[in-house]
Design a protein around this ligand. Sequence first.
Ligand code: MCA
Ligand code: AMP
Length: 505
Amino acid sequence: MSSANLFSLFSDNFPAQADAVFLDGIDGRQLRYGELNQRTGQMLSLMKKLSIKKGDRVVVQVEKSIEAVLLYLGCLRAGVIYIPLNTAYTSNEVNFFLGDASPQLFVCMPNRLDELKSVAQRQGVPELLTLGAAGDGELMAAVSSMPECEDIANIATDDLAAILYTSGTTGRSKGAMLSHGNLAANARVLFAYWHWQNNDVLLHALPIYHVHGLFVALHCALLGASRVIFMPRFEVSTVLQKLPESTVMMGVPTFYTRLLDDAGFNRSICSNMRLFISGSAPLLAETHRDFEARTGHRILERYGMTETGMITSNPYDGERIAGTVGYPLPGISARVADNDGRELPRGESGVLEIAGPNVFQGYWQMPDKTAEEFRADGWFITGDIAVMDDDGRVTIVGRAKDLIISGGFNVYPKEVESEIDALPGVKESAVIGVPHPDFGEGVTAIVVADDSTEINEQIIFDALRDRLARFKQPKQIFIVDELPRNTMGKVQKNILRKSYRDIFK
Ligand code: MCA
Ligand code: AMP
């Protein structure tokens, strides 16, 4: 039986010329396909030396860099489970992930070593190495001393490739287990659906600790043996400079609204571009229209989740309709169902449920939570409210889950509320998302004091600074006398969202 290692799927497509460029860093450094092959082989040797075996976990919290991509691909190649963390996570948050994932190795940024060493020790992590944005640190020094090696670990389709943490409605993060088979299925489908071409040049400005930047973008490029212009972060001026030599860009809606806010963004800058893709959060129909008027390009919006990769996409050739997320991708079945999982007639709104080879293997060490998110017939409940029209086109109209998406990052209100409620002087809080011109939704906290200790907005901001990643911290806090409740005593967040809807306008 041949191996289902995702790395083999990529390496089978590597260009014949070893000096073909894969990653083109804007600091002038490049990674060529030949070096990718050599370095990931050495990574496999390093994993062996450290006794990190197939199925063991490697947790990684590092800046975006060429070497960070090598580490991901090296883990795939070695059959080791890769667990990337947002660089914004505080040591409090990292402590949880190390405890939950019990990795054999934790790779962190050199400038946070002092702070994170004790966290890794507390959680009993056997190996700790550093990796800096320029490839500096202990990891690459160790890799360079390893023998080259042609091995690729033998992998079955269901063996895990990665665990990506996604916060839960309970406030407790859940690790979504993705197999080599899950990732390969989605990569193949997107590559074909978006008509990926071998001479495509991908402009990559997304972070690489989430599905969008790590899997969707990099996997398509690897299947096409393409060149990737690799930016450390999204920055309008650099995007404007690099668009003329690119053909594809993927982004969250904030990328597109920020580009439109710049007068220098125009049709001629985009003349080499083939495709702009948007996802991770709803793209306003207005942004879609403005973008077309400015550039002549109709953004292709798609929809997905960490647990499933991409689920639907607007068509490449057919009509890309603003405000819709298109059709279920080939091989993926989707239905709009009532609360009991019964399919609803076309045109009615309900929860979107899906099935397909892309659907994850469950939540890491949470069988009960996993069972709750699946129907008895095996369909996965996305928690998004959708409408499907007669020809199968899907529109996302809301969320059954209490989730805020800010600039493409997910924020679970419960997690923020738990931190606020734990503060002395706080009786209770409600965290909501309200329209924000830059981030789509802005995190906002409505807090009721209990009068035991003095509390004000500034005390709350200060207390959250070291507890929660910056993007989860409320942009505004309001102290009120009471929260609106329904007759069952449940806080009515819809009323709060209405009352505060204009605060960022
Ligand atoms: C940064 N800040 C944020 C965010 N990003 N606050 C709220 N929401 C955010 N997304 C904070 C900064 O720490 C800073 O705080 C202040 O806001 C302003 O930062 P700014 O310089 O404007 O931010 P930036 O560094 O330019 O980042 C904005 C960004 C970035 C480029 C939109 O957030 C981003 O790259 N987002 C993409 C997320 C993504 O890849 N999502 C895909 C998830 P202070 O002022 O205190 O310093 S995968 C997924 O969802 C599924 C599977 C899917 O369908 O793809
Ligand atoms: P994540 O947990 O980061 O994978 O976020 C997945 C969630 O992002 C989905 O369940 C949706 O709520 C949302 N999402 C992703 N893409 C879109 C889109 N194009 N339109 C609306 N919501 C989206």
